[in-house]
Ligand binder design. Structure first.
Ligand code: URA
Length: 218
């Protein structure tokens, strides 16, 4: 695990440029190029970039926030606790994960040390802007029928900071970056519910949003 002081990260936070995306029609070539991305400072503390995964002809793209601790180590999106819950909800909604393309708004894990733990930090607008060309390239190559934003970071990166997932969830909306977009909550929000009753209620609502996404992608 890389050791960097919080100070280094703060000093570098304003230093960014748009990610250098190669001109290619290959998702594998994009993922390879993203491995050496230094467009913002997040690469310094992350183990590796975590690029999107899934078939090029996927009808759905699922967009999360950023890789978490386990994703950072595995180099794959949504393989940790939130990913396991997402897998269960996808299955219940009748969506085969192998047929969707899963990616993140920001491709490096942003974290701060707390004791021995790596604590997730929300990416800021500069980090999201630096990473944006990768998402644009993924959308250009996959051309999904529907982009599904999981949580506020993903949805606000598409619609702007005033977008509220609570108000707009489950609706098919238009955006500049993708013609059809549906926003829902992030699966990690289900893990943070205070009791079993709200967990079940929120999970059922999430599955219903995924069913709506499947219908809209047909
Ligand atoms: N949360 C995300 O937004 N993306 C991941 O890949 C894992 C957790």
């Amino acid at each position: 695990m890389k050791k960097l002081s919080a100070k280094i990260q703060d000093d570098d936070a304003d230093d960014w440029k748009p990610a250098p995306v190669p001109d290619t029609s290959s998702l594998a070539a994009l993922a390879k190029a993203a491995r050496s991305c230094t467009a913002c400072h997040l690469y310094k503390r992350a183990t590796q970039s975590v690029f999107g995964e899934g078939p090029k002809r996927a009808r759905l793209i699922l967009l999360g926030e950023q890789p978490g601790d386990q994703e950072d180590l595995a180099g794959k999106p949504f393989v940790g606790p939130a990913g396991k819950l997402l897998d269960r909800a996808l299955e219940e909604a009748g969506i085969n994960r192998d047929e969707v393309y899963v990616t993140n708004t920001v491709k490096h894990f942003k974290w701060e040390p707390r004791g021995k733990r790596r604590i997730h930090q929300k990416p800021n607008s500069r980090e999201i802007a630096a990473c944006r060309p990768w998402l644009e390239a993924e959308l250009r190559l996959v051309r999904p029928k529907l982009l599904v934003c999981l949580g506020a970071t993903a949805a606000q990166s598409i619609f702007g900071p005033s977008f509220r997932v609570t108000r707009e969830r489950g609706k098919v909306l238009e955006s500049e970056i993708a013609p059809r977009v549906l926003a829902t909550v992030h699966p990690s929000s289900l893990l943070r519910q205070p009791d079993e009753e709200s967990r079940q209620r929120e999970y059922a609502h999430f599955v219903a949003d995924l069913r709506a996404a499947l219908k809209a992608s047909r």
